[in-house]
Design a protein around this ligand. Structure first.
Ligand SMILES: [Zn+2]
Length: 453
């Protein structure tokens, strides 16, 4: 790769936005997008102008403002909690029709059920995933990704889009990430209107299980990532800042089997699964080390059924976060060690309590990446021109499917969706401005990636 480095001091023409002022900056022109960094290594917006074709796409989006809002409302109204297979099936049919109308060749991909280690046992069923493919020419191969599922179940009270007079959009998945999907679809339509989908190499992936860690779609994401050059994920942003790097994520389950017995009449014949699990949870929680950016969280624990019975089964569901894979491997190994370390003993019942464990690092960490920095720099520059400027970057403790794609080598920018607040809660909200301006940004950025000069 030929890289030309130009170092200069300049007065930013973007001063009016307050994004950057007088800045000693470094502009790197390499393969693909240009990149602008300041001396602290922070990503700055590149200086850019819009072509006539890009301005036409901006106008296309402006003319369809009302229909884009109406489309978001229709998407939000379909409940797609991860466990709502019927709801996701219905939503996937809508998306499949939209992609087919744009000339994509669509395909559904099934996922095997996921065994769950709990006292109740059973499996988690995952709805089918959807891909759409357009192939042509020898330009860069771009993979764009969004997840259909939300954290809101079919019985949740938070089910539809509310639009207030001041342009606030409130609803389940408005930012995470029905809004991102509507941005993506309308960006594709704007490209199609300009004839820019023809002769491009683009794959769209809609998966159905992101909110449970993409346990069923991971292999599909990884195999697609290996066949593309650039990845764009339409997860939301927060505080007008896009994510530059992310922690890795893991999850673990523990199931402790004891022996049920009457709490009054035969207490000595019981083996308390709750007591054993409690010891283990204290040990597991002790693994959190803020200085090393390692955290564990026992988000769910269950044990026993009746006050007056020594509990015969208890389970826990643990979350792990780590800045690099080594930290994740350490946490996983420690949780397995703790699972195998029995704290309570009952000589009359050898082998009890018995603990089973399961752990997986389901999202690798997503470190800074020069190609991703270039995309961010370009997106920031474009966003200043189209509205709702991206004002900076952040390091996130949360993962996305972009982490999986980049983990197998696909440089992926992962926060091209709506700027929102309150994700995963009944306060989830974004704005009409974000919906519309992010659509323009997505159209321009995508067109530039697909038809790289
Ligand atoms: Zn999401």
């Amino acid at each position: 790769m030929n890289i030309k480095v130009v170092c200069r001091r300049r007065i930013s023409r973007f001063l009016i936005t307050g994004v950057i002022g007088l800045a000693a900056s470094l502009t790197v022109q390499g393969q693909g997008s240009p990149l602008s960094l300041n001396q602290a290594g922070e990503v700055l917006p590149i200086e850019t102008t819009l072509t006539a074709q890009e301005r036409a796409m901006v106008a296309w989006v402006d003319e369809r403002k009302q229909s884009i809002i109406t489309e978001l409302s229709a998407h939000v109204d379909i409940n797609t909690g991860t466990a709502n297979i019927e709801g996701i099936d219905r939503y996937r049919t809508v998306l499949e029709q939209e992609l087919a109308a744009l000339g994509f060749t669509t395909e559904t991909h099934s996922s095997v059920p996921i065994d769950v280690l709990t006292c109740e046992g059973g499996q988690v069923l995952v709805a089918d995933h959807l891909t759409g493919v357009i192939r042509g020419g020898d330009g860069p191969r771009v993979l764009i990704n969004g997840h259909m599922d939300t954290v809101f179940s079919a019985t949740d009270e938070f089910q539809s889009l509310q639009i207030s007079d001041d342009g606030v959009l409130k609803g389940p998945g408005v930012a995470d990430m029905k809004g991102g999907i509507v941005v993506m679809l309308n960006a594709l339509r704007a490209l199609s209107d300009q004839g820019l989908l023809e002769g491009s190499n683009l794959t769209v992936l809609f998966n159905s299980d992101e909110e449970i860690g993409s346990l069923g779609s991971r292999s599909l994401i990884e195999s697609l990532a290996g066949k593309h050059d650039i990845g764009l994920v339409f997860e939301g942003t927060y505080g007008s800042r896009v994510t530059r790097a992310r922690k890795g994520l893991g999850q673990a389950r523990l199931k402790v089997t004891g022996r049920e017995s009457h709490a009054g009449g035969a207490h000595q014949d019981g083996v308390s699964a709750n007591l054993e699990l409690a010891h283990k949870i204290i040990e597991i929680e002790g693994l959190t080390d803020y200085a090393k950016k390692l955290t564990v969280n026992t988000g769910v624990m269950n044990g026993g059924e009746k006050r007056n019975t020594v509990p015969g089964c208890a389970d826990a569901y643990v979350d792990m976060r780590f800045p690099a894979e080594q930290g994740g491997e350490y946490l996983k190994a420690e949780i397995e060690r703790i699972a195998n370390n029995t704290h309570t003993s009952h000589p009359q019942y050898p082998g009890l309590p018995r603990t089973e464990s399961w752990a997986v690092l389901h999202r690798p960490s997503k470190p800074q990446h020069a190609e991703v920095d270039k995309l961010i720099s370009e997106a920031m520059g474009i966003s200043i021109l189209v509205g709702e400027p991206i004002t900076g970057t952040r390091y996130s403790g949360g993962g996305t499917d972009g982490s999986i794609a980049q983990g197998v080598g696909l440089p992926t920018m992962d926060s091209l969706g709506l700027d929102g607040t309150g994700a995963h809660s009944s306060r989830e909200a974004s704005s009409i401005n974000s919906l519309i301006e992010r659509t323009k940004l997505a159209a321009i950025l995508l067109a530039r990636q697909l038809h790289e000069k």
